[in-house]
Design a protein around this ligand. Structure first.
Ligand code: ADP
Length: 482
């Protein structure tokens, strides 16, 4: 089974969030279940630089008349065959792939990402005479137009199935309707039965409307997005597509996120030898100028600082954490108001609160290794990866019961503990009191060391690997191609 994966990001070459982690891990996981995967990517500098021994496999003209080269080669870091769009004018820009230095979306984002989809559609339509995908699997709004382009191409005898995965429905790729006419789609595509979304153009809508099948990254989120509360305006469409929509829970790449082999850590450890974790905690406390105290529960946040992540609840709960003798370490970047609020709290409590604004992959690993609790109080969360990294690193997740958080974290209630299923702390109501009660439960359990260790070990032993998800994707591909 030949599968073409279409995404804007891929770990470790370019990452702004969980999408990259999944796009980086899924190809290798799919290879283990018999799929041959190639990827098509925009030619961001980090991606082009990694493309070894590449050649120009096609010269093409974009729908708006711009010439481009499509390079083919192998991504050295990932040992993965790739097609990369070489058009520096669109992609050779420093910093975020989506925004300028003032955090404004680039004015030509519609072209930059439509081109990704348009090229993917050419590949689906036989552009590479040596390799023909049977399935095109595109991810998030950046790749949403792929299925739309494919739907309007002249039909050959070959049928190529399309799968579209929603990693976050809140990012919808919405553009002015004027942009539509540059993109080379036929007039009739701009309608309610097409890419039109409340008078605008939405790349996400294109993926939802034209793909043969829609997946999202957890079973609970697949149900939630069919409700008006969480459907972001798409719930009606998603309900009509409910027979072709399901959730496949994301997984963790054990080669990247594994405290037993993690080269980012000062000390390595595993579930039967946890000394290294205590050393990681002491080392981080020392590095950050926090009081070096083994028995002070250390809470961690590694997150985009946006309203979605519920961090105003953490802000409100800082006193509850500190008054009980806890400490807090935050790594994140995002909304300016959250950045400055967190920085101000760290300045008030230099020995118990540390806040670093920025994006730092290695430091994120060290936080999961050092902390006792990973806070993920998201208002909504398609899957969430940080709670899973917390589980693997023995940092008990404390989460709001939504989306993939609800699918991966089991609260330390007495019955769950008795059944040996508990692996963290879960709160239902999205408010500060509920979060603080969960924080209080974390302190109560922390005081009972044998039980804390049992719960922590349960989390660390949990199977979060790719095998199950890869099998489900492969089964879906086979079903669609049958
Ligand atoms: P989302 O994709 O919504 O941001 P996820 O939990 O699915 O949330 O994935 C977030 C990913 O980004 C994780 O790999 C997490 O470790 C990483 N991450 C988030 N913020 C930072 C940061 N400031 N520095 C380093 N890694 C970060």
């Amino acid at each position: 089974m030949n599968v073409l994966q279409v995404s804007a990001e891929i770990f470790p070459l370019l990452k702004t969030g969980g999408l990259a982690d999944i796009a980086g891990a899924l190809p290798a996981a799919l290879q283990t279940v018999g799929c041959q995967v190639r990827v098509v990517l925009p030619g961001f500098p980090a991606i082009l630089d990694d493309l070894g021994d590449s050649w120009v496999m096609a010269e093409l003209t974009a729908p708006w008349g711009e010439r481009l080269q499509l390079r083919q080669g192998r991504l050295r870091t990932l040992a993965l065959d790739a097609y990369v769009i070489d058009l520096p004018h669109l992609y050779a820009r420093p910093g975020s792939p989506y925004e300028d230095a003032w955090r404004q979306p680039y004015a030509d984002n519609h072209r930059r990402f439509a081109l990704l989809s348009w090229v993917a559609a050419q590949l689906a339509h036989g552009l590479d005479t040596h390799w023909q995908p049977q399935v095109v699997h595109s991810h998030d709004w950046h790749a949403g137009l792929t299925s739309a382009y494919m739907a309007f191409m002249s039909h050959s005898s070959l049928r190529v199935a399309t799968v579209f995965t929603i990693h976050n429905l809140a990012y919808q790729g919405v553009f002015s309707p004027a942009c539509f006419y540059e993109l080379g789609l036929p007039h009739e595509a701009f309608g309610v039965n097409g890419v039109e979304f409340y008078g605008q153009l939405s790349f996400m809508k294109a993926g939802l409307y034209y793909s043969d099948y829609i997946t999202t990254v957890s079973p609970t989120y697949a149900r939630e997005i069919q409700t008006p509360q969480q459907g972001c305006g798409f719930d009606g469409l998603l309900r009509t597509r409910s027979g072709s929509l399901s959730g496949i829970l994301n997984a963790v790449d054990d080669a990247v996120w594994n405290p037993a082999i993690d080269h980012h850590l000062s000390n390595r450890y595993n579930v039967s030898d946890m000394i290294g974790k205590s050393n990681c905690k002491a080392a981080l406390q020392e590095e950050l100028g926090l009081t070096i105290q083994a028995d002070a529960p250390l809470f961690g946040v590694v997150s985009r600082l946006t309203d979605q992540k519920g961090l105003h609840l953490v802000m409100g709960a800082i006193d509850a954490i500190l008054s009980r003798g806890g400490q807090l370490v935050v790594l994140g970047t995002g909304d300016a108001y959250l950045e400055s609020l967190f920085k101000a709290r760290a300045a008030q409590h230099p020995q118990t609160v540390s806040v670093r604004i920025g994006y730092d992959e290695a430091y994120a690993h060290r936080i999961f290794s050092a902390t006792d609790v990973t806070l993920v109080p998201s208002q909504f969360e398609p899957c969430g990866l940080t709670q899973m990294y917390g589980l693997k690193y023995g940092s008990l997740p404390l989460v709001h019961s939504v989306g993939g958080l609800a699918d991966t974290v089991v609260d330390c209630s007495l019955e769950n503990m008795a059944e040996g299923r508990a692996n963290g702390f879960v709160f239902d109501d999205f408010n500060q009191q509920a979060l603080e009660r969960a924080v209080a439960r974390a302190f109560a359990l922390y005081a009972r060391k044998p039980e804390w260790k049992r719960v922590r070990a349960c989390g660390m032993r949990q199977d979060l690997g790719w095998q199950s998800a890869a099998r489900q994707y492969a089964a879906l591909y086979r079903h669609l191609c049958a």
